[in-house]
Design a protein around this ligand. Structure first.
Ligand code: DON
Length: 304
């Protein structure tokens, strides 16, 4: 299939809608000042064919999309022991909700809500140099140096009251091994990674290749079994309390972030990244979701 004309058509369909709805994340200045009227889309097939349109080369704050990659590292380092600290059920709540954590004795519902990603960050700190490890993984996956946006990381720390609450709560239940400050420093930095749609579509490539490295197959990024499970978690938990709707209307494993990016996987075929900064009420990119719906409608590529 020649994907370039399809992405061009989606871009043309989205362009008139830019600025017409949704709200750019405003909890920190560095995100609030991102112009809403931007849209990018990029894909890479398992065979290495690439296509992109719009602002696909513009770097943005990956935010919660980073949780996909920290989870991959943690599953590799800890295997099944990871699930002693983190569940695998959709939360049905906003990504920063505190309510379930008390009822469930500090064990987060899944690795993609903030509490779960904070628990994953704690595990990575106990098993390596977490900040260096995540940047090294991202750079290896997309073949280019990748860095943190220090302004975003500092602002996340200055305003991250809920994340401090979540981390302190887990610490009080004995569910974090490292200091709250150290764990959150890792979490805030992973959210502050900057990448473009083109880079993210490449980086996620191991998820459509049974865990093989997206560029040359080696080294293996994760096992086939882990890749399958990460895709399952993306489908059920990757877009928070919109996951049911996303499965219904798009039918692809997706991971979103409040920077406006969404990574989607068509297993055994391709990975896709869309970006548009204005978000819907669930914290997912409004036009990013629309673009994914258009992609599935035009290509018939869905897991269902
Ligand atoms: O930790 C936070 O609340 C922010 N850095 C947002 C993370 C995020 O992208 C959540 N999801 N969409």
């Amino acid at each position: 299939m020649d994907f370039q004309p399809i992405l061009d058509e989606i871009h043309a369909g989205i362009r008139p809608l830019l600025g017409a709805g949704g709200t750019v994340a405003s909890y920190i200045p560095a995100l609030a000042r991102v112009p809403a009227q931007q849209f990018g889309i990029a894909l890479r097939t398992c065979q290495g064919q690439e296509a992109s349109a719009g602002d696909a080369a513009t770097p943005f704050s990956v935010q919660s999309i980073s949780k996909l990659f920290t989870l991959t590292l943690a599953m590799r380092r800890l295997g099944d022991a990871l699930w002693e600290r983190i569940g695998r059920e959709p939360s049905g709540n906003p990504f920063n909700s505190l309510v379930q954590l008390e009822n469930e004795q500090g064990k987060p519902r899944n690795p993609f809500i903030n509490a779960g990603a904070i628990a994953v960050a704690d595990r990575l700190l106990s098993h390596g140099d977490a900040k260096a490890d995540i940047l090294e993984l991202m750079a290896s996956l997309c073949g280019e140096p990748i860095g943190f946006d220090d302004e975003v990381a500092a602002s996340e720390a200055a305003t991250g009251y809920r994340n401090y609450a979540l981390a302190n709560f887990m610490k009080s239940f004995g569910k974090l091994d490292n200091d709250v400050e150290t764990v959150l420093d890792m979490y805030f930095h992973q959210c502050a990674i900057r990448m473009s749609c083109i880079q993210l579509a490449r980086a996620a490539g191991f998820l459509c290749r049974d865990g093989a490295h997206p560029r040359d197959g080696q080294p293996e990024i994760t096992t086939e079994r882990h890749a399958r499970r990460i895709n399952a978690l993306m489908l059920t938990c990757g877009t928070y309390d919109a996951a049911g709707d996303v499965a219904f209307s798009i039918g692809l494993p997706c991971k979103s972030g409040v920077g406006g990016g969404i990574v989607a996987v068509v297993p055994d075929k391709l990975t896709l990244c869309v970006w548009s900064p204005a978000l819907d009420a669930t914290g997912n990119s409004l036009l990013g979701m629309k673009a994914l719906e258009m992609f599935v409608a035009r290509t018939g590529l869905s897991i269902f």
